[in-house]
Design a protein around this ligand. Structure first.
Ligand SMILES: Nc1ncnc2c1ncn2[C@@H]1O[C@H](COP(=O)(O)OP(=O)(O)OP(=O)(O)O)[C@@H](O)[C@H]1O
Ligand SMILES: [Mg+2]
Length: 295
């Protein structure tokens, strides 16, 4: 049986006239059905780029090297057409920026309904009732009226919830959620987390949840992956990592202010000595490890 997801030796870099940015520097990660992996790490550590690469959404000048296997099938190097079949139904993603996922010229309802007719083959009326019910599930009040509104008539948090509805409505085998609840207030956030957890229990989908919120990471995940400067510096069962962090970066964070620090972004800049080269296992000392300027 092949793994649900198997990432090995993944490297992603962006090269331009200004130099080279190594956004992901040798990531290995495997995942089975039902796994809930929280990916945490400082801003710029490569979480979003990693997530997007699973959908083949690293745009030029980004270069992806290594292997990403979804159910045994290689994703790296697939054509747009082949990727289209995987996106949404196979691997769904809630983007960090809600505007990435919505088209401003169509109503919210038509966008939701369309993906259900096109991707799930539902009739127009079945797609509409599914759309309304999923809008209700993500906490949109008066959903059948709001169905006819355009994205600009929704608040940022509501748009984010629609993107969540779109992704989970297709019941993907893997859901990648990139900071999906950051913009939402605490009550709505709790509701969304519950919804994602319930869906996971129901369908056994794998979940990759990117967050900088430690409390959220602890609630949602069974496994935690700590990224720093494009590398996974620590990985393990969530409770184990919280209780017995091994890596200096993780330790520094958890030791700092257990009560007050809820966010990885609250951390001071991290000494570069924490960064290890994945090929040699040696600790390196770049002045800015996530950005390597070559000229
Ligand atoms: N299209 C691009 N062109 C050039 N560099 C990019 C591009 N996309 C991402 N990067 C760089 O890749 C690195 C990782 O970015 P990424 O967005 O994955 O970080 P992140 O961990 O998601 O951060 P945040 O917590 O702020 O969302 C950063 O140095 C970023 O500047
Ligand atoms: Mg990001």
């Amino acid at each position: 049986m092949s793994k649900l997801l198997e990432i090995s030796g993944l490297r992603i870099s962006f090269e331009s006239g200004f130099g080279k940015v190594d956004a992901v520097r040798g990531v290995n990660l495997t995942m089975d059905m039902g796994d809930a992996v929280a990916v945490v790490g400082a801003s710029g550590s490569g979480k979003t780029v990693l997530g997007r690469s699973l959908l083949g959404l690293v745009d030029a000048p980004g270069v992806v090297r290594g292997s990403i296997k979804f159910g045994g099938e290689e994703i790296v190097g697939k054509s747009e057409k082949e990727l289209r079949d995987i996106r949404g139904l196979g691997i769904g993603m809630v983007f960090q920026d809600a505007l990435d996922g919505l088209n401003p010229v169509y109503t919210i309802g038509s966008q939701l309904s369309e993906i259900f007719t096109v991707r799930l083959g539902l009739s127009r009326s079945a797609a509409k009732s599914r759309a309304v019910s999923i809008m209700e599930q993500v906490g949109i009040r008066r959903a059948s009226e709001r169905y006819h509104d355009y994205p600009h008539q929704f608040s940022g948090g509501m748009r984010q919830r629609i993107c969540i509805a779109m992704a989970i409505g297709l019941k993907p085998k893997i859901l990648i959620a990139d900071e999906p609840t950051t913009a939402l207030d605490v009550t709505v956030q709790a509701g969304i987390l519950r919804l994602i957890k319930d869906l996971q229990a129901e369908t056994g989908m794998g979940l990759i949840f990117v967050t900088h919120d430690l409390a959220v990471a602890r609630t949602i995940s069974t496994r935690i992956v700590v990224m720093y400067a494009g590398q996974i510096v620590e990985e393990g069962p969530t409770e184990e990592v919280f209780r017995f962090p091994k890596h200096p970066y993780t330790k520094a964070l958890l030791a700092a202010h257990p009560a007050r620090v809820r966010s990885w972004r609250d951390l001071e800049p991290i000494p570069d000595a924490f960064v290890t080269d994945p090929s040699s296992g040696e600790t390196t000392g770049h002045s800015s490890p996530s950005i390597v300027i070559t000229n």
